[in-house]
Design a binder for this molecule. Sequence first.
Ligand SMILES: Nc1ncnc2c1ncn2[C@@H]1O[C@H](COP(=O)(O)OP(=O)(O)OP(=O)(O)O)[C@@H](O)[C@H]1O
Ligand SMILES: [Mg+2]
Length: 369
Amino acid sequence: MVHSLVIASKYKNDFHFRSTYQAITLLLGYHLIKMIRDGTVFDDDHLPRTIVERDPEMNEVTGALAPIERDLQAENCFLFGPSGVGKTTVARAAVRELRREVLEVPYTHVNCWRNYSKHAVLEEIALNLVNIPVSRNASTIDLNRRIQDSFEGPGVVILDEIDQLEEPDLLYDLDQIRGLSCIAIANREIDLFAGLEDRVRSRVSAGYRVTFDRYSEQTIIDILDRRAREGLTPHAVSDRVLEEIALRVDGDARTAIRSLRVAANKSIRKGFSSIDIELVDESTIQAKGDIQRKAISKLNQHQRVVHEIVSEQGPIMQKELYDRYRDQHADPVSLRYLRKKHLPKLLHYNLVECEKNGTKKLYRSVTHN
Ligand SMILES: Nc1ncnc2c1ncn2[C@@H]1O[C@H](COP(=O)(O)OP(=O)(O)OP(=O)(O)O)[C@@H](O)[C@H]1O
Ligand SMILES: [Mg+2]
């Protein structure tokens, strides 16, 4: 038995031997096939030690935070760009770097998709940054006052997906909190400041802007290579596998990392000791589907209704889509608000796509599996 395994292992990349090898390794049990060294490095919230090819962006964000080292308040810093290009990662890594320089700078990371009201964000800040108990029925004004009175600074708040805030003038309130520095992350600048009064906009939009582009295929390969070295055993993945993944993810590191993880799991289940290149295509499709399902689970009620209409009745014109949404939602927002706030999120996460036909817009759903 062991002898057959040695022979089969030697020829495992040969097509004719593959099924024999597979059968034998399966017989011996999965425990002999050790491909995963540290599965946690594939988690979406894992903060990598090295941020690959984002030195200019890292320098801009750490530069923006630098006044904190001299006990001063930093200017707001805005990060813009498509999905999976490292905005959240760079923001968290910049705060990590700051905390290496300045001991115990308090910070909090608020996701405004989940915490979309001013009250919810202030509550997070009160609890995690200022450490004050929050009574359930404290009003927004109360919360704001208590934070302003108790917070000494310095401190940093990362406002992730800030374009989902119902009241973007929150930035104005945060601006009044002495010693509090904000890193705000959104997909596009236009979605963030639209709808704010001029006076508020000119006040809160001052600050650094850092724009992130999609990664090149080579950078995706480098990101995957580092992740594989940390998370998989040596020789578990070939350069060709990484190249094939990079070709399929359109510069999105999240999809690339998820694809690698899915391909590793599939290969282990099939009894291989390294990732089978033939599994890359289906792994990438599955990874995109997984990411899409996760994004769907985060949709708010308005986005969910719109997504369901497009999925069930698309392709559909914007006007018709809005009419149906208004019929189906108990408390519909205006067409303008829907266009500004909710449709861009569905497009950003590649849940729907939009085709322009002259002045008309046609929406259809994107499905992976
Ligand atoms: N330069 C990089 N080096 C190493 N890992 C990276 C890099 N950029 C992104 N990643 C990894 O890719 C994944 C997605 O990155 P991130 O969450 O920062 O994207 P994002 O731009 O915030 O996307 P979204 O708009 O969807 O929130 C994370 O798992 C992160 O660890
Ligand atoms: Mg993010």
